[in-house]
Design a protein around this ligand. Structure first.
Ligand SMILES: Cc1ncc(COP(=O)(O)O)c(C=O)c1O
Length: 426
């Protein structure tokens, strides 16, 4: 079937009238390349179909929740079984205890866990817990790091009071001296230090945490009594069957989880060590849907797969195949490609492409041939992606590089990014 986007265009037109801005939040396609669909009809394994019926090999994985493959059989069976029993009830299902036990048995630093719905619930609770534990105010956050959409951490300041962010202190990720300066300048008042699993800021090359940075963060928190918080919402269980910082040998006091932990069902979590238990018991946190049993059942099935399948080694293998193949192709067409971060969460940017015109053209050429890559957010590899899928992807990207080479002289600035760039410069 030839690629078309007529239905998507009609839906976007209708949405503009009844949904603010046509769409809101990170899944708005408004600043993505023109050909990118806003609406999808279904997903299976590593495949996605848009509202026009176009099929894609999907490298965004719903922005993270798809870890094992969309509609993974064991996860769907768990959902169906729990559906027959109940979901939202007057109290939680007993499987909440099973899930909590399974979670703390997998995550080394965790002695307890609170389940919630979104990553922002978990990071915000982490901040409150750190303040309750220390009775101090300051929260250290790496410049440009994303921790959610609540007023304290929202990257867009419209409608947000300076008072809501008054006690945030910026530092530079992977820079121990900057951490030391931040602790020194706020001595006696630091409640917590947030660190992403690795530096995965949009529009930027990614960076894994160095051991020196992670150990400095741990030592500064221990010396001051502040809590070390790893935000594993995006990367959790994609790098390790444990908190991502276990890879650098550092255990946090708190960790925030979401996205992948129930393979797409709505569940997130704040996990913590014994040290923070007394404090977390004193804060009030809840939500109407936080106790739903279906996402908990799917999380148990997901954790079972995490523990017993080779999904992690498999995504490392397919991610490496993709990275190597793209690097070879880019070089053969005379492009410099910046592929950074872990192979399972690859950021793909072009050299000499400050306004992303090359990237926008390349992902557009791939999209209309059936491969969905994001031009400035990290991509994700799921466990259902096969080596054959990677080969099919590389066949497409070869054509996309060829088309880019031809179109390069005619490319102009990307119009839909101008406002975003202006805001980033301000
Ligand atoms: C690292 C990180 N923290 C927090 C969040 C917020 O999660 P949610 O959108 O589920 O509230 C995200 C979402 O992308 C994230 O990537």
């Amino acid at each position: 079937m030839a690629w078309t986007n007529q239905r998507n265009k009609q839906l976007v037109e209708r949405a503009r009238k009844v949904i603010p801005g046509g769409m809101y939040g990170h899944q708005s396609a408004a600043i993505l390349p023109d050909v990118f669909p806003q609406f999808f009809s279904r997903a299976e394994g590593a495949r996605l179909w848009d509202a026009d019926g176009n099929e894609y090999i999907d490298y965004m994985c719903a922005y993270g929740p798809n870890l094992l493959g969309y509609r993974h059989p064991a996860v769907e069976a768990a959902a169906a079984a729990q559906q027959r029993l109940g979901d939202s009830m007057t109290g939680p299902s007993e499987i909440m205890v099973d899930l909590a036990e399974k979670f703390v048995s997998l995550v080394t630093h965790a002695d307890w866990v609170i389940f919630c719905k979104n990553g922002t619930d978990a990071t915000t609770m982490a901040m409150t817990t750190a303040r309750a534990h220390t009775r101090k105010r300051k929260i250290l956050v790496a410049t440009k790091a994303y921790h959610g959409s609540a007023p304290w951490c929202n990257p867009n300041l419209t409608g947000i009071l300076p008072e809501e962010r008054a006690h945030l202190v910026p530092y530079q990720y992977n820079n121990p001296a900057s951490l030391q300066d931040a602790f020194r300048a706020n001595a006696g008042d630091v409640a917590g230090l947030f660190a992403s699993a690795f530096r995965h800021d949009v529009f930027e090359d990614q960076d894994l945490p160095t051991r020196e940075y992670a150990e400095t963060a741990r030592a500064l928190c221990d010396d001051s009594g502040a809590l070390l918080i790893v935000d594993d919402v995006r990367a959790g269980f994609r790098l390790a069957r444990d908190c991502s910082w276990s890879k650098v040998g550092v255990q946090p006091d708190l960790s925030a989880w979401g996205k992948a932990i129930a393979n797409g069902y709505a569940l997130s979590a704040l996990a913590g060590s014994e040290k923070a238990r007394a404090a977390v018991q004193t804060i009030f946190v809840t939500g109407s849907y936080w106790f739903q049993a279906i996402p908990m059942a799917t999380a148990i099935a997901t954790l079972h797969e995490i523990e017993h399948s080779d999904y992690l080694e498999h995504t490392e293998k397919t991610g490496s195949m993709l990275r190597d193949g793209l690097a070879r192709q880019a070089a053969s067409y005379g492009f410099g490609l910046r592929q950074t971060g872990p192979v399972q969460l690859p950021m793909i940017l072009f050299e000499d492409d400050p306004d992303l015109r090359l990237g926008y053209c390349w992902v557009s050429e791939a999209l209309t041939r059936g491969v969905y890559f994001h031009p400035w957010h990290n991509n994700f590899i799921c466990g259902a992606l096969t080596e054959n899928d990677v080969q099919m992807t590389l066949n497409v990207t070869d054509q996309a590089f060829a088309a880019l080479k031809k179109r390069r002289p005619t490319l102009g600035p990307v119009e839909q990014l101008q406002a975003r760039f202006a805001r980033m410069r301000a």
